[in-house]
Design a protein around this ligand. Sequence first.
Ligand SMILES: *Cc1c(COP(=O)(O)O)cnc(C)c1O
Length: 427
Amino acid sequence: MKDLHIETKCIQAGYMPKNGESRLIPIVQSTTFKYDTSEEMGKLFDLEASGYFYTRLQNPTSDYVAAKICELEGGTAAMLTSSGQAASFYSIFNLCQAGDHVVASATIYGGTYNLFAVTMKKMGISFTFVHPDCSDEELEAAFQPNTKAVFGETIANPALVVLDIERFAKAAHAHGVPLIVDNTFATPVNCRPFEWGADIVIHSTTKYMDGHDATVGGCIVDSGNFDWMAHKEKFPGLTTPDDSYHGITYAEKFGQGGAYITKATAQLMRDLGSTPAPMNAFLLNLGLETLALRVERHCQNAQKVAEYLNAHEKIAWVNYAGLEGNKYYERAKKYMPNGTCGVISFGIKGGRTAAEKFMSRLERAIIATHVADARTCILHPASSTHRQMTDEELVAAGVGPDLVRLSVGIENAEDIIADVAQALASV
Ligand SMILES: *Cc1c(COP(=O)(O)O)cnc(C)c1O
């Protein structure tokens, strides 16, 4: 499907029914799969043959959907996970063990930051956080001899910083390690990080991919471009025999395009089990079918809302990469020429009090911690997710007391703007 457009892949990739089979992907709601002989089953356990035996490791419904996302990103192999958090964790833990180190963007999603800085630190994996706009010297200085990966977000949630993917890929490759990019906000409709040198992409499919507030999920995609064997000593998990599979060496047996995802499935899913339910994979697929349509509308609407806010006398500042003059306008044009995402952040004159009043007057936009789906929703971090912080701490975290995060949905833009206008009028 390499030559097809993204809209066609959203509908058709991943599953093509044979004669007489269901047009829509089947929901294989079964924990186990039956075999005629123990010998056949044994081959599956030895990774000598491919096939399904237990849904904790793999399920056909999930695999159809993973194959679709794989084609959307232009990768060689992919797997679904039960959440975006699980995808972030596996993407790193598949390469690292206690004593290893990762360079990560400092503006990543708060949940990912906590996973890295607190939970994975307890496992003995350390992280150095650098701002995506740091100097080349600072980026260089972040690497250590035990560094095994670099991690960043295409568009950071909620800071909306656009990552210079080429620069980060170059730095990672100069140190013989892969670049992992969380492409949740841009989606492959707007940006395909592999085309800019990223090696592995992860998603919280909970956001635009599902798009309807229905299912939590994640995905990991491998570009197949990273040569593990060329850096044999850094990645023993991929380049030396796995005793738990009779001495298979993933990079030899499954090649550059298959080793990473096979290992993540065979080891991490087997041992940790962050498996999505087949029903959730089915629902995710329904979202994916309209992803290209929805993302286009999200961007059109967000652009209109951002321009409206930008011209409003009661608004102190607006952060949206689609606005000319935004710090990331040029970089976004390069990596995402068709648009960035539907999320805008802004501040109202009058700070925290004005923000709280504005929020309480909205009639259409719902107050929710969620972002990036069909419904317009809004959050004032200072009075909700970040309410334990002082104003000084909020500023230091890049989430000032006046910051409002607006996730523009796919309703009619005039209705969204009218709602914002009437709420602003009462401030
Ligand atoms: C929400 C989010 C995650 C975490 O995903 P869950 O599906 O909630 O586990 C990771 N990265 C980004 C950019 C997100 O927005």
